[in-house]
Design a protein around this ligand. Structure first.
Ligand code: ARG
Length: 458
């Protein structure tokens, strides 16, 4: 009996291109395990309300396990009429155990089934992504801990601003990822809502115990409205938004490193493992890993924007448009998982050139400290800012550095300058002065490291 699961009311055949167009098995088969798990739980729930006998439930469960094993071993044979993972698994179950297989779908619809599978599958992936994110943060924190003594210019507008610790910069990116980690953990309760038992749209007439189902499947709560249960895909949007933002952070970090790996900066060198060469220019070593991280952020954002367009304007409950939730979600999960690993590898293996960073520290990055020096002698900051600016201009006109000006030069700008002025021209002292919480002093960098380490522990 080669007929579609829903073939009863049909006499005409599906157009072959329509069949292709409709088919989602080629990508939704990756949820096979979630589909089997959901079905085994549903069989138990049917048994509890007397639709299946204990013996029937046993046969269905073991049949489903065989189907799962076939997928796992790569021997599941796909049939022309298998539309999606749900129809494929049910078709195979009935081949294995006979007409009894046809009892499994009692009171269930692919609408509550697919929503359940997606949530179950995503919950598993979120755990993986979470551990990938933690690994990245960990590598950054370990590196920051080892390289606390390296000082470089901090930039605003890509212009040298003030000296900072290299670790402080690295940790600034880690703090973005730290917030991403919290956001990821916080979206779990909204993914973990059980749609199974909502039926096609109106609910389950065999009154299956949905709280039991939630427990069986490890969901935190049960969808309270069946129309919402089958039609909601906000949990997917939320994950895509999360992934877009996290990729944006990866991209901004990548951009810093692309700049720092140029010969002009020379602050870092990527390891060969994460670089590629040029087919024509023999000298080239390009930071392709970083460029791909930057580029793939656009791809993930596109998945989010595209899927929001799919949702916008849909009527209530299930519409086939919702099948378009899968490819963007799967692609986003694959992309972010790979990106986290690549970012981790890049950070773990790159070389940091502290000498180059040191060389980039010109005295003008201490101009703020120079202004602060006079503040400590009682002059209002607005005035000291101006005086320090005059010193910068004077040094610039003489093509020398701030510390090449004489004490006399300084005293001409303001009589409060004394010979302790030379204490200003010390990069180490400058960073150590920033010892309020959040500053770049060694102590405050160590504080950041312990905050991040603590967050990795949960
Ligand atoms: N493959 C479908 C999807 O991914 C499953 C649900 C189909 N339901 C339906 N009533 N046609 O959305």
């Amino acid at each position: 009996t080669k007929q579609k699961l829903w073939g009863g009311r049909f006499t005409g055949k599906t157009d072959p291109l329509m069949h292709e167009f409709n088919q989602s098995l080629r990508y939704d088969k990756r949820m096979y395990a979630a589909d089997i798990t959901g079905s085994i739980a549903y069989a138990k729930a049917l048994t509890k309300v007397g639709i299946l006998t204990a013996d029937e439930e046993q046969k269905i469960a073991s049949g489903l396990q065989t189907v799962g094993k076939e997928w796992e071993d790569g021997v599941f044979s796909i049939k022309e009429d298998d539309e999606d993972i749900h129809t494929a698994n049910e078709r195979r179950l009935s081949e294995l155990i006979g007409p009894l297989g046809g009892k499994l779908h009692t009171g269930r619809s692919r609408n509550d089934q697919v929503a359940t599978d997606m949530r179950l599958w995503l919950l598993g992936e979120v755990k993986e992504v979470e551990s990938g994110l933690k690994d990245l943060i960990r590598v950054m924190v370990e590196r920051a801990d080892k390289e606390k003594d390296i000082i470089l210019p901090g930039y605003t507008h890509l212009q040298r601003g003030q000296p900072i610790r290299w670790s402080h910069l690295l940790l600034s990116h880690a703090f973005s990822f730290h917030a991403d980690l919290q956001r990821l953990q916080q979206l779990i309760p909204r993914v973990s809502v059980l749609p199974l038992g909502c039926g096609a749209l109106a609910g389950n007439p065999f009154v299956v115990d949905r709280e039991f189902l939630a427990k069986e499947l490890g969901f935190q709560s049960v969808a309270e409205n069946s129309l919402w249960g089958v039609g909601d895909r906000d949990f997917i949007v939320e994950f895509l938004m999360w992934a877009s933002l996290t990729m944006t952070h990866i991209s901004r970090m990548a951009e810093d490193l692309v700049i720092y790996s140029t010969a002009e900066f020379g602050f870092v060198t990527l390891s060969d493992a994460y670089s590629t060469g040029s087919s024509i220019m023999p000298q080239k070593k390009n930071p392709d890993s970083l460029e791909l991280l930057r580029g793939k952020s656009g791809r993930v954002f596109g998945n989010m924007a595209g899927f929001l367009m799919t949702l916008k304007g849909l009527p209530s409950t299930y519409n086939k448009d919702l099948q378009e939730d899968k490819e963007p979600l799967f692609d986003a999960v694959d992309t972010i998982s790979a990106s986290l690993k690549i970012a981790e590898g890049v950070i773990a293996t790159m070389e940091v050139h502290s000498d180059k960073m040191r060389q980039a520290l010109t005295m003008d990055v201490l101009a703020t400290d120079l202004a602060d020096y006079l503040v400590r002698k009682g002059i209002p900051f607005r005035e000291t800012h101006h005086i320090s600016g005059r010193a910068v201009a004077l040094a610039e006109s003489r093509k020398c550095q701030l510390n090449d000006l004489t004490l006399q030069d300084y005293q001409q700008l303001n009589e409060k300058f004394t010979d302790d002025i030379h204490s200003v021209f010390d990069f180490e002292a400058s960073v150590e002065r920033r010892e309020s919480i959040g500053g770049t002093s060694k102590k405050m960098v160590e504080r950041q490291i312990s905050v991040l380490r603590a967050s990795l522990a949960n």
